[in-house]
Design a protein. Structure first.
Length: 476
């Protein structure tokens, strides 16, 4: 049977044969997860055994969740450990494992000490094992009922690990992985982003491109820090408990065109009071840059009707239209929906730039109430008034019902990964607090809700705004 979870850690024993703390933590976690009926890969062997090397390769390919166990950043950057989580992360980024997740399980270190590439992962301390198990089971789509019917499992063995894989393509991939993973023959060093460099070889074009991307990332981070500082000043000067009524919009682009099917949708402002509108209908309202080409102007926004109530409709953008942090300030760990920078951006940027005056007058302000995720370590916020908002986890469950309905394709402009695909589903934020302070719930690529959430400062989660609009007047 395929593995579900891969445990990555530094394997090392003292001269007295006593394993280091990382290995003890990993072994204990393996016992807990297998007792829950999960199929877990855990190995204390080294890569000098070719069969073991293939077993690791196969388990990394199969697993949906990788748990990186560590007591220090140095151990996370240890050659074999680094190779495992880096390769797993790359399969997520290149689309091979769109539902893959990496989670860190730490002791004697904090999230701030993680390598940059792991900075947006879910983080659990060794004292939060029960919460980690719940997070893993949720990530695998296991409800409590389903978990009760799972018998305690053994490891993912036997692999019947051959010296060569079946099929030329898989064989070539394994041999390449095995060759790159043989760290003993090289002199390695670690740079700040966690990338291992082979100093015995001339820098390759691929590595040069990675360095250019790193330089660009550093620039973006520095720019983000400046923006966060400016945002913090703005936020301290305004009362965020109730968003201000919409003011005149910023001058919009004069050139508009369709994006995918948006031009075929009925325009909200052209609907007659008697025109029928029902759930799952698609409407056109507002404009936003979506095709990634600024030169041809903005594109019409497509919205899906997900609820009808008293002459009003709840609309959700059909696509994930942007990527940004839930909160970009230094106090992000204490941020909630009421004062997060994402809410500020929705009202001060998106609302003003996306809609015409006529469209804005159709939008109905609503009270968004407290709705936490799993509520273990968070407190709710006061009710606030919003013209545009993110859905809560309860609204997703009530209005979208199924994972397929909740999945969101990412626009070309919002797409930030290093691969190309016709179907590019992305994660998108909810407004609900996560299960740990500093986390916010979100919807995964697969459409399932992650109520434990991701750290609010993460830039890897997308945005799907929602609005209530008035379709027709109702009798009081």
């Amino acid at each position: 049977m395929n593995c579900e979870v891969f445990i990555s850690y530094k394997r090392e024993v003292s001269e007295d044969g006593i394993p280091i703390r990382d290995q003890v933590m990993a072994s204990s976690l393996y016992d807990v997860l297998t007792a829950e009926g999960l199929r877990v890969f855990f190995s204390e062997k080294d890569l000098s055994d070719p069969e073991e090397s293939y077993a690791i390769y196969k388990a990394l390919h199969e697993a949906q969740i990788l748990v990186a166990v560590a007591t220090s950043r140095e151990n996370l950057e240890y050659e074999r450990t680094f190779s495992e989580w880096r390769r797993f992360r790359n399969t997520i980024l290149n689309g091979e494992k769109p539902d893959g997740e990496i989670v860190t399980y730490l002791e004697h270190m904090t999230a701030d000490e993680l390598p940059f590439a792991l900075s947006d992962t879910a983080v659990f301390s060794s004292e939060e094992t029960d919460a980690l198990v719940r997070w893993i089971k949720e990530g695998l789509g296991l409800t409590d009922d389903a978990a009760l019917h799972k018998e305690p499992s053994d490891s993912c063995e036997p692999f019947e690990a051959p010296m060569h894989c079946d099929g030329a393509e898989e064989n070539d991939a394994f041999l390449e992985w095995q060759q790159e993973g043989s760290a003993d023959d090289h002199d390695f060093s670690i740079i700040d982003d966690g990338e291992i460099i082979d100093e015995t070889k001339e820098e390759s074009p691929q590595r040069k491109r990675r360095h250019l991307r790193l330089a660009a990332a550093v620039f973006v981070i520095l720019a983000g820090i400046s923006l966060a500082a400016a945002m913090a000043v703005i936020l301290t000067r305004r009362d965020t408990r109730s968003a201000a009524a919409p003011s005149e919009p910023v001058a919009a682009e004069q050139i508009h065109s369709g994006y995918r099917e948006s031009e075929k949708c009925r325009s909200l402002t052209e609907l007659a009071p008697t025109d029928p509108v029902k759930r799952e209908d698609h409407l056109r309202m507002g404009v936003w840059e979506q095709d990634g080409d600024d030169a041809n102007g903005t594109e019409y926004l497509e919205w899906r009707v997900i609820a009808m109530e008293d002459g009003k409709a709840l609309l959700l953008t059909e696509y994930v239209i942007d990527h940004r942090a839930y909160d970009e300030t230094e106090s992000y760990k204490n941020a909630d929906w009421e004062d997060c920078t994402l809410r500020h951006w929705l009202h001060e940027v998106f609302l003003k730039e996306a809609f015409s005056k006529e469209e804005r007058e159709k939008i109905v302000p609503v009270i968004t109430s407290e709705d936490t995720g799993d509520g273990d370590d968070t407190e709710g916020w006061d009710d606030v008034q919003d013209w545009v908002f993110m859905l809560s986890i309860e609204e997703v469950r009530h209005y979208l019902v199924s994972n397929d309905n909740a999945k969101g394709l990412v626009t070309d402009a919002a797409y930030e990964s290093e691969y190309d695909s016709d179907e590019r589903y992305g994660n998108w934020w909810l407004r609900s607090s996560g299960g740990k302070q500093g986390n916010t719930a979100y919807i995964r690529y697969s459409g399932s809700a992650n109520s434990y959430g991701k750290v609010a400062i993460s830039q890897s989660i997308g945005v799907r705004p929602a609005v209530w609009v008035q379709l027709r007047e109702t009798d009081e």
